[in-house]
Ligand binder design. Sequence first.
Ligand SMILES: Cc1cc2nc3c(=O)[nH]c(=O)nc-3n(C[C@H](O)[C@H](O)[C@H](O)COP(=O)(O)OP(=O)(O)OC[C@H]3O[C@@H](n4cnc5c(N)ncnc54)[C@H](O)[C@@H]3O)c2cc1C
Length: 492
Amino acid sequence: MRFGHCYISRVNQKISEAKMKRALGQLKRKLPGRVLTDLGAREQASVDNLRISFVPDAVIQVQKGAEVGVVLKLANEYGIPVTARGAGSSATGSAVPVCQGWVLDLSLLKSIKLNPFSKIVTVEPGVLTEALQTKMARYGLFYPPDPSSKKYSTIGGNIACNAGGMHCVKYGVTRDYVLGLEGYLANGAFVEWGLPLKKFVSGLNLRDLWIGSEGTLGIVTKAHLKLIPLPEKRWMGMFAFKSEQSALACVTRLLKSGLLPSMCEFLDRQSVDCAEQLTGRPIFKGASSVSILIIELDGSSDQLRQQKKSLLEITKKTALDCVEAKTEKASEAILKVRRLCSQAMYSIADTKLNEDVVVPIERQYELIRYTLQLKKEIGLATPTFGHAGDGNLHVHIMYNRSSASERKRAEKGILKLMKFVVSLGGSITGEHGIGLAKVPFMKLQHSKEAIKAMQAVKQALDPKGILNPGKIFHPFEVWKHPTVDKKMPWDH
Ligand SMILES: Cc1cc2nc3c(=O)[nH]c(=O)nc-3n(C[C@H](O)[C@H](O)[C@H](O)COP(=O)(O)OP(=O)(O)OC[C@H]3O[C@@H](n4cnc5c(N)ncnc54)[C@H](O)[C@@H]3O)c2cc1C
């Protein structure tokens, strides 16, 4: 019998080995050479950045959008779970085939077609985010959504998670750039939501339902994306503050002043301490254990001069020091500090609960104060950094998975954190989505009626529940599941 580990009673129907074999046989005949059943390929597709593994029965590497329709038609007929996969960089387990079945690998669909007149680019879902940005930059055009995983993440995955990134403070998230989508419903029918047009209000807006739905409502095979002119110039500064309070007060002053930075990243002292311990030297000479803001400005030379003057006026009262980046290379060195902090946390413990909560911008310090209180209460480190310009902070709870006591304290801590975030008027997730990791907190954020309405949409678009089952609505507790020790491309 299949799906021994499935968490959903409806999909947990007993599909016999014989039926699975028959479906797979048919699929192989319809799509020769696309269906992988060797253990290596299945294990590769069993895990994402959450590192919890469920090995699927087969991996299907489609090479044409239309093949997605073929796969879904058959899967729907037999009731086989299908989990779409881009790069598998999801932080929440949204790409993990928790009910096994088939993984639909979209990473080979990579075409990019630019209309230079309308400045709309039509891409297939396997295009890598950074590759698209680099290609568009050659035409003086900018596709701003930039998750830190952009070198590896796919546009399909970005759309399915409504990915954000460091430039969101000025330029918005993935949703703000999606003009239209093409793809397939659970039953294999082809649909278009919108066209490569600047305006389109015909019918119900199912495009926006698909964006951020984590592959549970349909599979994207093409996206029409809006581009904007590439900013002429950029400037970046890294500022040191004696405390988180002082750094975040500076963010509030900055945003209140009307100045709109193109990046406004925050690092707390716990994060900075990790990086400094790893490298054995302070990030700012003569001032160790500081809280940091990384601020980028962009525009014409004149605009940059004006903005920089205003920024330095705002920061001069409280910043202890500033490192300026005058070249792209120097900016990259500053951003490396941010990446280093993220990796260096593993010196505290082997596992992190990596949250991406959002609070009203002016209440970010209340959140930081709470993480420090939590640190004392549960006896686990809570290093925090993130997109302070959006109120979107990555709070990490570090624990050793082999310790039952630490696991229990991490679980207690995360639940308290989420309750606090919601009490501040915040969101349990700002860019990673629900996947498996945030399921326990859905009921903190949404009323029973709201969840029922979401489930009704799911039922209408995917009556047999084959698309990415086990996600968003079904009970799952990350901390109870073993992780696999697997090196991912983005691990340093
Ligand atoms: C180091 C690191 C840094 C990160 N930084 C950020 C960040 O700054 N901002 C941010 O938002 N996220 C970030 N993430 C999370 C992750 O990279 C994003 O969620 C990204 O959008 C996932 O893209 P992917 O191609 O890896 O998708 P996958 O992980 O393969 O899939 C993610 C989800 O999308 C679905 N999916 C994939 N393709 C399709 C498709 N064509 N149609 C329908 N559904 C599909 C999958 O089923 C799954 O539910 C980070 C992750 C890592 C590892």
